[in-house]
Design a protein around this ligand. Structure first.
Ligand SMILES: Cc1cc2nc3c(=O)[nH]c(=O)nc-3n(C[C@H](O)[C@H](O)[C@H](O)COP(=O)(O)O)c2cc1C
Length: 324
């Protein structure tokens, strides 16, 4: 059975976590992942606010007695209010993405809560570990949603070399099946954190047409853009970009992103119409290269079980094939 020290640290059977995708990694998704033996994460959101986070934590708790956590886009202005809810509700772990996690660590540890930090470079991993986080998530640029530019295959072992002796490292970005889990473990990760694969899970909280678009896509069908950050006036650090499925709007506005601010209301209205009309040529669909590994929407628990079974098979059979 696949087991790493991270499983003991988090109190879970399998080293699989769903990514804390804001507003769509619901309490229902987190509970399904935890119930299947993984570690479920809720994606805290600024638009839903603190009450949404509290509600989702309570939903998760009503569906599982296993550990789960909440993650945040910690560069957003509402972060303190959202973290307060997670502390108050005593979740098992809090993830911080896109901001220095240092100032959040003491209060979480005082409350007995583990702190994760998602990082995109070796320097950020070292900074996070120096501030006392319990787990580092090394996120490669293949990732869906917001992320950096360094590829998982080289970033991950570099982060493991830099901080892995002190802090467990989880791999993220481009992992969508058992082969990815097996490879990440061989590169020194103690677990995997997956977003795109769980977009196409029955418990994901977003629109069905977005799940279908991910299932229909290949690894060639994503691109990075700032178009949607401009439309929603969301401010991420400058080195962070947004990986989405390619579409007409992204192509039309490429190089003209700075024009969006002046007509933000019109672009937002266009998004509302496109989402209602299930128009994937205009609506923003966050997804990474792992979209090429996804061809159907499945229950989240089934995804966890399939990935574990496939990784176990790969780890048993490939070495024998390769080494004779
Ligand atoms: C639909 C979607 C939404 C995401 N939203 C967030 C978010 O709110 N906060 C965050 O830290 N990461 C977010 N991410 C990035 C994930 O945390 C994770 O790093 C990424 O999904 C891993 O790569 P993968 O998509 O190849 O599995 C999102 C990813 C996707 C696909």
């Amino acid at each position: 059975m696949i087991h790493t020290p991270l499983c003991d640290l988090l109190g879970v059977q399998y080293p699989i976590l769903n990514a804390s995708m804001s507003e769509t990694a619901t309490g229902r998704l987190a509970a399904a992942v935890s119930n299947a033996g993984g570690f479920g994460m809720i994606g805290g959101t600024s638009s839903g606010g603190a009450e949404w986070v509290r509600e989702q934590i309570r939903i998760a708790r009503s569906l599982t007695d296993r550990p789960f956590g909440v993650g945040f886009i910690s560069c957003f202005p509402e972060i303190d209010e959202l973290v307060e809810v997670a502390l108050d509700e005593r979740v098992h772990a809090i993830n911080h993405s896109f901001a220095d996690p240092a100032r959040f660590v003491p209060a979480a540890h005082d409350a007995g809560i583990k702190v994760f930090a998602m990082v995109q470079t070796v320097a950020l991993a070292e900074q996070a570990v120096a501030s006392g986080v319990d787990v580092v998530i090394a996120q490669g640029g293949e990732a869906g949603g917001h992320g950096g530019h360094l590829g998982t295959f080289a970033l991950l072992p570099s982060v493991v070399d830099a901080v892995g002796a002190r802090t467990p490292v989880i791999a993220a970005g481009g992992i969508g099946d058992g082969r990815g889990l097996a490879a990440a473990l061989l590169l020194g990760a103690q677990g995997v954190w997956m977003g795109t694969r769980f977009v196409a899970s029955e418990e994901w909280g977003g629109e069905r047409f977005k799940q279908q678009a991910v299932a229909d896509s290949t690894a060639d069908d994503t691109t990075t853009t700032t178009v949607y950050d401009e439309i929603w006036a969301e401010h991420f650090p400058p080195e962070i970009s947004h990986r989405v499925l390619k579409n007409d709007l992204v192509e039309r506005m490429r190089g003209k992103e700075s024009e969006i601010a002046a007509k933000r209301n019109e672009f937002q209205a266009e998004q509302a119409v496109a989402t209602k009309g299930e128009n994937r040529r205009i609506a923003g669909i966050s997804a990474g290269l792992a979209a090429g590994l996804v061809d159907s929407t499945l229950p989240a628990g089934e995804i966890v079980r399939q990935i574990i079974a496939e990784a176990e098979m790969v780890l048993r059979n490939r070495p024998a094939e390769l080494l004779g």
